[in-house]
Design a binder for this molecule. Structure first.
Ligand SMILES: *[C@@H]1O[C@H](CO)[C@@H](O)[C@H](O)[C@H]1NC(C)=O
Ligand SMILES: *[C@@H]1O[C@H](CO)[C@@H](O)[C@H](O)[C@H]1NC(C)=O
Ligand SMILES: *[C@@H]1O[C@H](CO)[C@@H](O)[C@H](O)[C@H]1NC(C)=O
Ligand SMILES: *[C@@H]1O[C@H](CO)[C@@H](O)[C@H](O)[C@H]1NC(C)=O
Ligand SMILES: *[C@@H]1O[C@H](CO)[C@@H](O)[C@H](O)[C@H]1NC(C)=O
Length: 296
């Protein structure tokens, strides 16, 4: 039975590999050898950990609490609307209070820090149509930085002060538009503020053929006048540096939009320094949403 003999020999070798009593080797290494190898790895890993900690420390030293170290410079910011329904869709029925009550509450909540009394308490009455520059002078920090007032009443019929339902109860809804914050952005030159313009969203009907339903959207009113984001709200210095910053808004009121039909609206920012909606980023400087006003 040569087979079983070989087997026994094989298992003996295995035992010897595990623990060889003659050479006093465990897994083919003596105690000294194991000790050295453990010591080597210990030092090696300690060294790696030290390198990591040192690199981290140097990196944290170069970070500034008040300014981002890296930022996408060419970006035109995105825009967002309020109230924000699901899927950027504002659908309601004029006669059904419950269908628009959520929108009104959303706007109330969003606008409460814009109350004139609160703005007067926290922010400055800045000279309009010019940037509010508050640079640091060399190493001397100019923090915290002040911010400019954006009074709720500047939104006129869309402020919720004169008309507490923002027109939703009369089928003339207000939509607020904000431009996302970008630190250091200067959105207009030569004293010209960027402004918002809304219209029917063009849609494709064939090869290179576009159409828009401009008549469905009806006349619009913009607040503040001209739908502009005044230059005095720029540049933005960041959450840490400019603690009371109040983001400027533009309100659009749909004065006579068609009822019982979907209206695809697109709003975009027009500025002499920002480029809206390039091919690369079609959400830059523009926002689209669906509006549907039912009468019953
Ligand atoms: C802002 O004013 C509205 C009424 O105009 C009030 O209901 C709301 O509580 C005020 N919010 C703050 C934060 O003062
Ligand atoms: C921020 O607002 C508070 C009042 O709410 C005010 O005391 C503080 O001075 C303001 N800070 C800056 C930097 O504007
Ligand atoms: C905001 O309102 C206050 C008081 O109503 C007023 O003094 C101030 O000039 C207004 N600020 C702006 C920027 O219109
Ligand atoms: C609105 O725009 C017109 C023409 O573009 C300009 O003359 C006027 O001063 C602007 N109004 C405000 C409040 O910016
Ligand atoms: C509102 O639009 C309808 C057509 O959709 C038109 O018949 C009506 O005259 C308009 N009303 C006003 C006040 O412009």
């Amino acid at each position: 039975m040569s087979g079983s003999k070989e087997e026994r020999k094989g298992s003996g070798e295995w035992h010897e590999f595990f623990w060889n009593p003659r050479t006093r080797e465990l897994f083919g290494r003596t105690a000294t050898s194991w000790g050295l190898i453990t010591l080597f790895y210990l030092i090696f890993y300690l060294f790696l950990a030290g390198m990591f900690a040192l690199t981290m420390y140097i990196m944290l030293l170069t970070l500034d609490d008040y300014k981002p170290t890296w930022q996408d410079r060419l970006a035109t910011p995105g825009m967002m609307i309020r109230p924000k329904g699901n899927q950027l869709e504002i659908t309601f029925t004029v006669s059904d209070t419950e269908s628009w009550d959520g929108f009104v509450q959303n706007l109330d909540l969003f606008l409460s820090p814009y109350n004139d009394s609160f703005q007067v308490q926290t922010n400055d009455d800045c000279p309009p149509d010019q940037y509010f520059i508050q640079e640091d002078s060399g190493e001397v920090r100019n923090n915290p930085k002040r911010s400019c007032q954006f009074n709720r009443t500047m939104l006129g019929d869309c402020s919720g002060v004169l008309d507490r339902f923002y027109g939703y109860n009369r089928g003339q809804p207000c939509i607020l538009i904000k431009l996302n914050r970008v630190i250091g952005m200067l959105p207009g030159k030569d004293g010209e503020s960027p402004y918002v313009t809304c219209g029917a969203k063009p849609y494709k009907v064939g090869e290179d053929e576009w159409r828009e339903d401009s008549e469905k959207i009806g006349p619009l009113a913009y607040f503040p006048t001209n739908g502009s984001f005044n230059l005095m709200y720029y540049p933005y210095y960041g959450r840490r540096a400019q603690v009371n910053y109040t983001q400027p808004l533009v309100a659009v009121k749909f004065l006579n939009a068609s009822l019982n039909t979907d209206i695809d609206v697109e709003c975009k920012v027009i500025s002499n320094t920002l480029i809206a909606g390039s091919e690369r980023d079609k959400f830059a400087g523009r926002v689209s949403f669906k509006l549907r006003i039912n009468d019953k």
